[in-house]
Every structure is written in C-alpha cells, then in structure tokens.
Design a protein around this ligand. Structure first.
Ligand SMILES: Cc1ncc(COP(=O)(O)O)c(C=O)c1O
Length: 498
C-alpha cells in the first residue's frame, strides 16, 4: 500500500482534473455534463454538480474497468477507519450488510444475530438463506431502550450452536448505545467465529476518543458505517471495512460488485473520499465542537418541564454516542409523532425520526450554535404550551413501554428460516386473528427500521396489539403488502428447495 497521506483525495482530484481538461463526453450519463437537463433541475442543483457527474471507468479513470483511483481512495479509507481493506458503497450500509453476509455465509448456515437487527441485515439473511439464532439486547427497565447485547448471551448462543458461522450485531443502536464489542469479539474469536458489526450509526467513532470505540478498534472482522448518516457525505454513501484472516477481501470485493450498480455515481464516491480527508485531518476538533453543541442542547432540553433526554447516566451505560439526542416527549401529553409534526409544520425543524414516545435528533459537524438554539427554542415552546393547557406537566416515566425498540422486539419462536417463510405459499388473514400463525412478511416500523415481525417467526398477541396500537397512532409500517396492516400474510405451505 502507498504511504498514507490524508491530504490527498484521489477521487476528488480526478473529478477536478476531468473538469479542468474540458472533455466532450460520448458516454453515460446522458445529461452530458448537465447540458441536456430539465432547466428547473439544473437551476435547483446548480450546473457545477453536473459538470462532475461523470462515469468511473472512462471518466475518473481514463480506461474502463481498471478502478485504480477508487482503490487508492479506498486504501486511504481503510487507514482512516483502521481496517485492512475498505469498500466504498453507493447503496448505504444496506449494501454492506448484503455483501458481507453473501461473502461469508452459505445457505443453511446458522448465524447469531441481535434481534434489534435492521431490515437490511434481515434481507441479507434472506438472500443467503441463513438461519438466525436471535439474541436480544438488554432492555433498560425504565426507558425500555436496548442497552447492548450481553456478551454472556452471545457466549451461551455460541455454545448452544457450535456450528454457527458468524456473529452479526447492530452497534450502536438507533438510540446511540453501543454493545461491548471487544468482549464479544474475544468470545467469538475463541471459537474461531468472525464478528460482523452493522455500525451504520457509528462512522464518527473512529475519530474521537470520547465516543464509543469503533468496531474495527474492538477487533471485529467486518463492519459497515453509513458516512451519509452522521458525517458530511452524500446520501447513500457508506463504507464496508474488513480486517484479519477470517474474511477473504477478494470474496467481499466480488459480492460488493454483485449487490451494487455497475454504473456507480462518482459524486457519491468522491463525497466519501472528501469526508475521509476531512475526518482524518480535522475529525477530533470538528467532533469536539459537535459534542459540545450536543451536550449544550441536552442540558437545555433536559431542563424543560415534560421533556427528558437520554444520556449514559440515565441508561447506566459506560459508553454512549454523545451526538445523539433521544428526546422523550410523552410527558407533554403527546406522542413523538405529534411532536415531529409540530416541529416540522410550525418551527421548520426536521428531526431524524419519531416514535410513540419521542423524537431522535442528530447533531453533526454541520450544526452551529444557531441551529441548536432553534431546536431548543421549538421544544421550549411545546413545553410551555403543554404546561398552559394542562395546568402542569407530568414527569416523564410512564409510557416508556410504548417505545418501539422495546419488549415487542423479543425474539418470537422461529418456526422457519426467513427465506423459507418469504418464499412459502401464503394466505392473507386479518391482523386480529394472526396470533399463532407464522409470519411470511416483514413488518417494520420505519424509522428505526427494526422488524417487529420477521418472516419465519410465530406471531404473538403482544406484537399484534403493539402494531395495531402503533398503526392507529400514525406509525409508518414498511414491509407488509397491506400498508394499513388490516391484514397480514402468513405461511400456508412451505415449499422445498428454497
Ligand atoms: C442499524 C442500521 N443498519 C443499516 C441501515 C441501512 O443504512 P443505509 O440507509 O445507509 O442503507 C440503517 C438505516 O437506518 C440502520 O439503522
């Protein structure tokens, strides 16, 4: 590998070189450097963006199929994220989850998986035809938030399933709580089982000492980070990192190529390149400022009647993503959905997500004291109004059972593999009479994208009640054929050979 010089940005430099040399393209994309575009779109995006929307082969690299510039950029990425090899992704962490599992598993393999898995990890299991052995994250008894998977639970699962080929966990959680990955890596590696981490929400961990340690630093064999989620890169940008002897990088390169487009957007890839340069050179100071802004917001929000904000102390955990604001509003007598609606419509403030209990807001390197003031000001108004209309604001506490990351995610009985259930002959039944049936489809409150029902699981009455209640209160459900979820598809007959 060439010497690491984080001042370089090979893809960004190649785009500039292409533009400066004044090419006339007779290749994709058809907008031809923006000249063929719809005028309104051109005005909205600005012409410069299209002047560098060029192909990778025959644009960034002079010849097709060599990929040398992308590889040079990825090698800098591997150095920045502490990996042996990095793969830049155009379809988010979703593509990384699909590629890693396709590279490392075979149909029928058992995998120890955290039940708070994202849809994309479940889909990866379905693509491979692997059999999940679910372990649940521990739940905080008051806040009903996952506080990481217990290493002992992973050890027990591995002992009970000695043929398991992989441990695959999500860390940090959507609420910013990491799992003790170093302990789990040691447990898995003792049995020569690799550890893969869906670290979609932790691309910044590698760049600041007071954030939780990154999966690579903890010894994971593979991890995926969504740079587009909390760092400054374009939507869909993500990085799949691998290290060590238990994973074959060439095989991962093959599967990354299988799950991604053959016409990669260099605009997205170059944004990862620039993001890596920014973080490798200035990450510590940028994140110092980001964390200080988030802590300021947390303190001020916490002081508002009816509002509570999670932190490491409240959850009793050692490590926490300090840039996340998980804001509980049910003490205002409203759901998180109501709060999000008010924030957007009245204050033009856009949170990351809402659930029945509250909203989640991200503080990133793009925030300023002004944006934080605006966020806190909007919540201050909501808190004041709630106090006026109700006489007093109850203390937050009761109601946390409604949080979507809670007990409803307990693993159900796994009657079939997700793939067997997905490809089974199905029948449609009213949701109210679905308890006891085997789910044939995914039902995923989105965000956060964690399946309440996964194909192959026996549907419980508790999950049915939760989904009906949530749907009535405005929860958006992704996955089911009936978006209102009046009905659900269940397994009628299992077909062989899937
Ligand atoms: C834990 C987790 N993994 C993976 C993903 C998918 O990431 P992307 O949107 O970058 O594909 C998400 C998205 O929310 C997520 O929360």
């Amino acid at each position: 590998m060439a010497a690491v010089d984080h001042h370089r940005a090979p893809l960004v430099e190649a785009l500039r070189r292409y533009r400066d040399r004044g090419f006339t393209p007779f290749s994709t994309p058809g907008h031809k450097l923006g000249t063929g575009l719809d005028p309104e779109l051109l005005e909205l995006y600005g012409p410069t963006a299209f002047a560098v929307d060029i192909p990778l082969g025959g644009g960034v690299d002079d010849t097709h199929f060599r990929g040398a510039t992308l590889r040079a950029a990825e090698d800098l990425g591997a150095a920045a994220w502490g990996a042996d090899r990095a793969f830049y992704l155009l379809n988010g962490s979703s593509a990384g989850n699909h590629a890693y599992l396709l590279a490392t598993l075979r149909p029928g393999d058992e995998v120890i998986v955290g039940r708070d898995l994202h849809k994309s990890l479940l889909v990866a299991l379905m693509l491979v035809g692997a059999r999940p052995i679910y372990v649940s994250p521990r739940l905080h008894p008051d806040h009903n938030v996952g506080v990481g998977v217990d290493p002992a639970a992973v050890a027990t699962a591995l002992d009970a399933h000695p043929a398991a080929k992989l441990v695959a966990l999500v860390s940090p959680s959507y609420c910013g709580v990491p799992t003790d990955l170093a302990a789990i890596a040691a447990i898995a590696h003792d049995r020569n089982v690799p550890l893969y981490v869906d670290e979609a929400w932790g691309p910044h961990f590698a760049f600041h000492p007071t954030l939780p340690p990154s999966a690579m630093a903890c010894g994971a064999d593979g991890s995926v980070v969504s740079t587009h989620k909390v760092l400054a890169s374009i939507t869909q940008a993500a990085v799949l990192n691998v290290q060590g002897e238990r994973v074959e990088p060439a095989r991962v390169a093959t599967t990354v190529g299988m799950v991604q487009t053959t016409s990669p957007s260099v605009t997205i890839l170059a944004s990862i390149d620039a993001c890596r340069r920014q973080m490798a050179l200035h990450g510590k100071e940028l994140l110092d400022r980001t964390i200080a802004l988030a802590e300021d917001a947390r303190r001020r929000l916490q002081a508002l009647p009816g509002i509570a904000v999670l932190d490491a102390g409240a959850l009793g955990v050692d490590a926490y993503d300090l840039t996340k604001l998980v804001i509980d509003v049910h003490g205002l007598g409203i759901t998180g959905f109501d709060a999000e609606h008010a924030l957007r419509e009245r204050f033009r403030v856009g949170p990351e997500m809402s659930d029945l209990v509250g909203v989640v807001c991200l503080v990133t390197v793009g925030d300023t004291a002004t944006s934080i003031d605006r966020l806190v000001g909007a919540f201050a108004t909501l808190s004041r109004e709630a106090g006026r209309s109700r006489g007093s604001v109850p203390a937050p506490g009761a109601g946390a059972h409604l949080r979507s990351s809670g007990t409803v995610l307990a693993p159900g009985q796994q009657a079939l593999s997700p793939r067997e259930a997905f490809f089974a002959v199905t029948r449609t039944v009213p949701l109210g009479s679905a308890a006891g049936e085997v789910a044939a489809e995914l039902v995923i409150p989105y965000p956060p994208g964690i399946p309440v029902l996964a194909p192959g699981e026996v549907i419980t009455g508790e999950k049915v009640d939760y989904l009906r209640h949530g749907a009535a209160l405005g929860m958006y459900l992704s996955g089911p054929a009936d978006p209102q979820l009046a009905t659900i598809r269940v397994v009628a007959e299992v077909l062989g050979g899937v």
